[in-house]
Ligand binder design. Structure first.
Ligand code: CO8
Length: 257
């Protein structure tokens, strides 16, 4: 792979977007390679996935403007569909995903971060959906995911002005979970992934599944899904172990069974 680096360490997948000379802009090659890596990682037993950008300056400064500049409407639709499909793969990835945002996360870069479950930011991180400045709109899920994160009015303000959002504001409005003051966002993501991985694996998978699958569904259907998955937990050995460990005042030893 030329544009994606993958490392698996401590049962965590670390995916690095790697086109640092173009501030890790998302071109077709990178999106295809990201899809291939996510496909490979689905078959590996990992606890979590961390995504970051190579270099000091950017997570990803957007979809690749040089590639898009001469697109026809049909090519634009295909590019948008491809990006949406990869980000959907990420959003529904079976284990928790963490974006470690180490600089610019603009346009498609911000959309990529929002397709992850949790977003950690370095103090220098800058978010935004500046597409309107280029005469286009977000095309990799931003019109949907930004409103879900920050609410409709704030999302519209950000997409209509295209302005940059510094890390501190990103946390205030719920776009990012927190700022990693020493700047080691990948280290902080690793620590967060380890903390999450102490919990029951099936419970983790089902929390994520219920939250995502019930989005936009009516309240009764959503509650029914929560109930069904809650019940499913009681067919696992991990539920018995987790509750026994609590009652015996010891730490649970989950096996994923
Ligand atoms: N695409 C391609 N190349 C880029 C991009 C990008 N998005 N961003 C930066 N680069 C390149 C620059 O062209 C430059 O290359 P070179 O050295 O060859 O001239 C290199 O990266 C370094 O960038 P700068 O010199 O501009 O660095 P600065 O520190 O001066 O500025 C910025 C950094 C502010 C991040 C600036 O590069 C910038 O504004 N970039 C574009 C940000 C942007 O508008 N992103 C949104 C793109 S649109 C989008 O993402 C839509 C997604 C949905 C698509 C749907 C499809 C149809």
């Amino acid at each position: 792979m030329e544009t994606i680096q993958l490392e698996v360490r401590d049962a965590i997948g670390f995916v690095t977007l790697s086109r640092p000379k173009a501030l890790n802009a998302l071109n077709s090659q990178l999106l295809n390679e990201l899809a291939a890596v996510l496909g490979e990682l689905r078959d590996i037993d990992i606890h979590a996935l961390v995504i970051t950008g190579a270099g000091e300056r950017a997570f990803a400064a957007g979809a690749d403007i040089a590639e898009m500049a001469a697109f026809s409407a049909q090519e634009a639709e295909a590019f948008s569909a491809g990006g949406q499909a990869v980000f959907d793969m990420l959003e529904t990835f079976p284990v928790p995903t963490i974006a470690a945002v180490n600089g610019f996360a603009l346009g498609g870069g911000c959309e990529l971060a929002m397709a992850c479950d949790l977003v950690l930011a370095s103090p220098s991180a800058v978010f935004g959906q500046p597409e309107v400045k280029l005469g286009v709109i977000p095309g990799f899920g931003g019109t949907q995911r930004l409103a879900r994160r920050v609410g409709r009015q704030r999302a519209l303000e950000l997409m209509l002005t295209g302005r940059n959002v510094p890390a501190e504001e990103a946390v205030q409005i719920g776009l990012a979970l927190g700022i990693v003051e020493d700047g080691d966002v990948v280290g902080a993501a690793h620590a967060l992934a380890d903390r999450i991985a102490r919990n029951g694996p099936s419970a983790l998978r089902w929390v994520k599944q219920v939250v995502h699958e019930t989005e936009g569904r009516d309240a009764n259907a959503a509650m029914a899904s929560e109930r069904a998955h809650f019940a499913l937990c009681f067919s696992t050995a991990d539920q018995k172990e987790g509750m026994a460990a609590f009652l015996e005042k010891r730490r649970a030893a989950f096996t994923g069974a």
